[in-house]
Design a protein around this ligand. Sequence first.
Ligand code: AMP
Ligand code: DBH
Length: 544
Amino acid sequence: MIPLVQPFPPEFAERYREAGFWRGETFPQMLRDRAARFGDRLAVIGGDQRWTYTELLARAEAAACGFLRLGLKPGDRVVVQLPNIPEFFSTVFGLFLARLVPVYALPAHRQTEVVHFLRRSEAAAYVVAATHDGFDYRVLARSVREELPDLGHVVVVGEAQEFTAFSGFTYDPEKAFSDPEPSSVAFLQISGGSTGLSKLIPRTHDDYIYSFRASAEICGLTHESVYMVALPAAHNFPMSSPGYFGAFYVGATVVLAPSPSPETAFPLIEREKVTITGLVPPLALLWLQAAPTSKYDLSSLQVLQVGGAKFMPESAKRVRPTLGCTLQQVFGMAEGLVNYTRLDDPEEIIVETQGRPISEADEVLIVDDQGNPVADGEAGNLLTRGPYTIRAYHNDAGANARSFTEDGFYKTGDVVKRTPEGYLVVQGRATDHINRAGEKISADEIEDHLLAHPNVFDAAVVSIPDQFLGERTCAFVIPQGEKPKAPALKAFMRTRKVADFKVPDQIVFVEAFDLTAVGKVSRKELRARLRAQFLADEQLKAGQ
Ligand code: AMP
Ligand code: DBH
């Protein structure tokens, strides 16, 4: 098994410890300590369950014992694909207690992605909920197992059928847990995947706990806060910015919303007096639209965080007057760096910028394509290094060579400007992925699937601005032989067993890509030309 490491150079690690960023805290120790300090307080509310911190610990210990009884060994990886249910937390904390390593998959992921995570992480087990949102994950688990006959264990929350029932996991006083090293890898987060399949992101106890401890402070969390998880719990944003981990860190209450729609979220806000939550821009727009006529009392909400994709100033402006709370823009990435507007920033900064870094130790470079720093106010490529930004992906030499500079800066792929006050304004990006309502989709990956169709000669996938989604995916396809119909191609994408959000929103058939420069343009240039031509045509049509 390939060992899990996050190679912070020793001199940096030492500096981060000396500065008090890395305090030797670990997830198991954090859970035990909070259970001791806040035992009777409500930790988790989800569905019809309400768990105190004491109960959360007890359930996590039972889960830890259950996983170990299966024969899993410390260091083993476990792919976790659970929706926003309380068992998400007992599972994940149970894995931490047993020194097993969660690998987070989204509920939307399907066989192709899940198999990729299981393989790449060499996982020994896979945890799913029986069903969610009308989808049966046991059926998925069955086909995953057919593809990976060596997959050790499938654990199901809910009716387990032939698999292992999570509900059967019970505490065993004989099992003793030993504490992990704070510098060891606690879990693998997944990247949105800007080129090809998602990469695995090893995060350590030290670095990740620092990021949400500092975030909790920036976001004003106290033990009286009520944090609602509106986005999928496996996403890095609701996990750590400050997310539920930030909330648990300070002894606050975490409410799980099964869906982020106003219909589901608004009554929960009223009932549980939610004080803070985080959304992607398209959802924030829905909330802004629904709030004025909603019968629910949203007055407990103090902070609405918006991030994952650019929130446009015209929409950002409406948050305070419409929802009566403070907007916090969040520009983050699962690889590390997170920027926040501060709660007491002037309205102009809150509306116009994507915030500034968490830490004084976050090094931010904005450079031109030759690597030279640009002046403040000019757009350039964002590079970053710091106490909670990774130095390497797991087991991916190619991605590591592409994504990091020689001196260890992560190349974010984002194009940003810095204001004189040190705030970042996201301008766009240098890489060719699509940011569809906060879900990052790799153009390469979708093109590759389309190319597998017998009647596709070539395909180029681009992002098109979309009023609601921010960006949608548009696939330009050169047919060969019998021209396929767009719905048939979309149906074909579904047979590729990928997350639904990867199915192109729009398919445009073209005869050729570029007759003048066949073979001479890079895919990047090709995509840019196709996008520009498409937008010009649209404008022309709109003007007619
Ligand atoms: P990932 O690496 O998959 O975690 O996705 C992180 C990426 O999401 C960033 O590098 C940005 O491209 C994008 N992103 C996150 N937050 C924002 C934001 N507030 N504004 C614009 N882009 C964002
Ligand atoms: O988009 C993201 O990945 C993201 C957005 C906001 C993130 O990882 C985060 C905050 O921590």
